[in-house]
Design a protein. Structure first.
Ligand SMILES: [Zn+2]
Length: 140
């Protein structure tokens, strides 16, 4: 790992701890009995998340990424982990918890524009739609 990348990863982890988004993610994991382990790039990764909401295969709160899938399935999808890692960076850029209302507003805006909460959502687009498993409609 390059030293500038390592520094950026440490800075993101420190920001998301200080802005309380990572502690909130750990609280969600504990409240839902989702087991977490240390992941790549300073992420904390949980597997087997069970509650019905949010309706997503994975979601990120601070540096905590919670997957519905098990560890073997997630290990086979490094692009999805990279996508969620970009969301962790977005939390740091948004100073933590303000990410949540900003993301919800962007999802609503996307829903109004194209009928899908992710395809025109700038947070999802910047995180990489294909990496996140979203199918982008073909443009004529
Ligand atoms: Zn995403």
């Amino acid at each position: 790992m390059r030293s500038d990348h390592r520094r950026a990863v440490r800075l993101r982890a420190a920001c998301n701890m200080a802005n309380l988004s990572t502690p909130l993610g750990l609280l969600v994991a504990a409240a839902t009995r989702t087991r977490v382990v240390r992941g790549p790039d300073g992420l904390i990764v949980g597997f087997g998340y069970r509650p019905r909401l949010p309706k997503a295969g994975a979601f990120t709160v601070g540096n905590v990424v919670l997957f519905r899938a098990g560890i073997a399935d997630v290990a086979a999808r490094p692009r999805l982990v990279a996508h969620e890692s970009r969301h962790a960076t977005q939390y740091a850029v948004c100073l933590g918890l303000p990410f949540l209302p900003a993301y919800l507003a962007a999802a609503g805006w996307s829903l109004l524009r194209c009928g899908h909460p992710a395809l025109r959502n700038p947070f999802e687009v910047r995180a990489g739609l294909a990496d996140g498993g979203y199918r982008t409609p073909r443009r004529p």
